[in-house]
Design a protein around this ligand. Structure first.
Ligand SMILES: Nc1nc2c(ncn2[C@@H]2O[C@H](COP(=O)(O)OP(=O)(O)O)[C@@H](O)[C@H]2O)c(=O)[nH]1
Ligand SMILES: [Mg+2]
Ligand SMILES: [Zn+2]
Length: 304
C-alpha cells in the first residue's frame, strides 16, 4: 500500500464548505473538510490530502495550531474573521457617515487580541471629509494611527501611503459597505478584480457586499484580506473589567481613580470621568465605553 500524500497549505478562500488551499505560489486546491462541521478559517495552515490524480481537489485532514484568531462574538456564537493575521485596518470614509461605535468595537477587539490596528479614512476628496476628520481627531490625537487617502482621486498617492503600513504584513481590511474596500484591494492587487460599488440583489442590503473572506497577495510578503460585512461587532468574549484596558486613552487617567476596581461609571473620584470633563477623553468614546460595559456586565450589576 502506498503512503497517503499529504500537502501543507494555507487557506486563502472560503465559501461555505469550500476552501481554497494554497500549497505553493499560484497553486491552489479546492478542499472540503472531512467532517460535517469545520472550524477552518482563512489564514489557517492546514494539512490536506488530494482526492484526484490531477491534484486540484482535496480533503482537509488537520488544522495547525494558530498564532491568532481574530473574531467577533455575539451572545451565542463566535464569528471568526481570519487566523494568523498581523494587523487589521479599519476603513471608514467621509461618506457614508461611519458608526463610531463599530469603529471602537473593532479597535477594542484588536487591542484585546493584541493585534495592531490602523484606521484608514478614505474619500478625503469629498467635502464631508472635514466632518469625518473631526470625528477621528480623538483617535489620531491619542494612541491610534490614522491615515487619510483618496483611493479614487489620488490612487498613486494612496498606494504610496498604504504601502508603508501594509508592506511585509498580512492585514485584514474591516469596514462597512461603501467605504472603498474593494477599490483598495483592486488598487493594490490588480488581478483581484473585486466588484466595486455594485448593487446586489441581496434583499436586506441593496448593495454589493463581499460574501466570503479572501486572502490576496500584494507581493510574496504582503497580504490583504477582504471579509464579509457584518451588522454588529459583538464583544461578548471580553469581561467587563477588561474593557477599560482596551481604551488606551483611559490608561493614564485611570491611575487617578480612588478605587482600584473603579468601573469609571459612577464612582466618586474617578480619574476617567475627570478626564472626560476636562475634554481629555472624548465624550463619544466615553459614552461608547459605558454602552459596551452595560452589554458585558451581568444584569445584577447595572449602573445606578
Ligand atoms: N469620492 C470617492 N469615492 C470613492 C473613493 N474610493 C471609492 N469610492 C467609491 O465608493 C463606492 C464604494 O466603493 P467599494 O470599493 O465598492 O466599497 P466597499 O463596499 O467597501 O467594497 C464606489 O462607488 C467607489 O467608486 C474615493 O476615494 N473617493
Ligand atoms: Mg466590496
Ligand atoms: Zn475610574
Amino acid at each position: 500500500m502506498t503512503e497517503k500524500l499529504m500537502l501543507r497549505g494555507r487557506v486563502v478562500t472560503n465559501h461555505g464548505r469550500h476552501y481554497g488551499v494554497e500549497v505553493a505560489p499560484g497553486r491552489r486546491l479546492l478542499c472540503h473538510p472531512r467532517g460535517k462541521k469545520s472550524d477552518c478559517v482563512v489564514g489557517d495552515w492546514v494539512q490536506i490530502c488530494p482526492t484526484n490524480t490531477a491534484e486540484t481537489e482535496g480533503v482537509i485532514e488537520a488544522i495547525e495550531p494558530r498564532a491568532h484568531l481574530f473574531f467577533r462574538q455575539d451572545e451565542w456564537r463566535t464569528k471568526p474573521f481570519a487566523a494568523n493575521i498581523d494587523q487589521i485596518a479599519v476603513m471608514v470614509a467621509s461618506e457614508p457617515v461611519f458608526s463610531e461605535s463599530q469603529l471602537c468595537r473593532a479597535l477594542i477587539a484588536a487591542q484585546h487580541a493584541e493585534i495592531a490596528a490602523w484606521i484608514i479614512l478614505n474619500k478625503s476628496d469629498l467635502p464631508a471629509a472635514a466632518h469625518a476628520r473631526q470625528r477621528l481627531a480623538p483617535y489620531s490625537a491619542t494612541a491610534y494611527r490614522v491615515v487619510e487617502v483618496s483611493l479614487k482621486q489620488s490612487p498613486q498617492e494612496a498606494k504610496d501611503t498604504l504601502s508603508q503600513i501594509l508592506e511585509g504584513r498580512s492585514t485584514l481590511i474591516l469596514g462597512p459597505s461603501g467605504v472603498g474596500k474593494s477599490t483598495l484591494i483592486n488598487l493594490l492587487v490588480p488581478q483581484a478584480q473585486a466588484v466595486v460599488g455594485e448593487v446586489s440583489t441581496a434583499l436586506n442590503s441593496g448593495r454589493h457586499t463581499t460574501t466570503s473572506t479572501h486572502w490576496y497577495w500584494v507581493d510574496p510578503q504582503t497580504a490583504l484580506l477582504d471579509s464579509p460585512g457584518f451588522q454588529e461587532f459583538g464583544l461578548r468574549h471580553l469581561k467587563e473589567a477588561e474593557l477599560a484596558r482596551c481604551f488606551p486613552d483611559m490608561a493614564k487617567p485611570s491611575q487617578d481613580c480612588r478605587f482600584y476596581n473603579c468601573t469609571h461609571r459612577n464612582e466618586p473620584n474617578c480619574g476617567v470621568r475627570l478626564a472626560v470633563e476636562a475634554g481629555e477623553i472624548s465624550e463619544s468614546r466615553y459614552r461608547i465605553y459605558k454602552e459596551i460595559y452595560q452589554e458585558l456586565a451581568p444584569t445584577n450589576s447595572t449602573s445606578k
